[in-house]
Design a protein around this ligand. Sequence first.
Ligand SMILES: [Mg+2]
Length: 229
Amino acid sequence: MIIGFDADDTLWHNEDGFQATTRIFEDLLDAWADPDEVGDRLFAIEKRNMNRYGYGVKAFTLSMIEAAIDISDGNIDTAQLQTILELGHHLLDRPAELIDDVVEVLEAVGREHTLMIITKGDLYHQLARIDSSGLKDHFWRTEVVAHKDPTTYRELLGLHGVLPREFVMIGNSLPSDVLPVIEIGGRGIHIPYHVTWEMEHADPSVADSHDAPMLDSLADLPAFLADWA
Ligand SMILES: [Mg+2]
């Protein structure tokens, strides 16, 4: 089988950094709005900017700056904007911090199967994280895509000569990693991360309509695959 791995929150920690940064951002703006309102307005701006900026830290940083100007009615000062930029830089510079047991799991699964990374987000940042993760040699291909939708998966598999029925995608997001792959005739395994970005929550009616397996942790993957028809 060809096994695709999502990267953020599947191979390394990601969303916890965004959430911690959001808490700091909420504190920074507490003179103008309470934390819940700051968080909600930031998320609304991120969502609105999605088609403009795509995913990732750079998009998030620009949205934080826009939200700060908006929430403070233009009263935020340059020192505070500088702090926001530094929050973004800190997230960008953070080395890939691996999820428990990743190396052992990739070694075990890689003995039986061919492995790919399929991740979305900012191209430059994702390539840097793939490099800094030290995991690259485990993978046949590493791909950074703009969207994780059925069309992208179909094209990507076609490009590499992989048939959907011999492809399994592993990831923490139902709407990005599991459901679109099932839609094109492949299979998916859902391994949730302890926190999920609001944009990655599946519509409950859709989430219940599939029968993809869910594992508690990545460490369970080798044994699960060995038994899975
Ligand atoms: Mg992910």
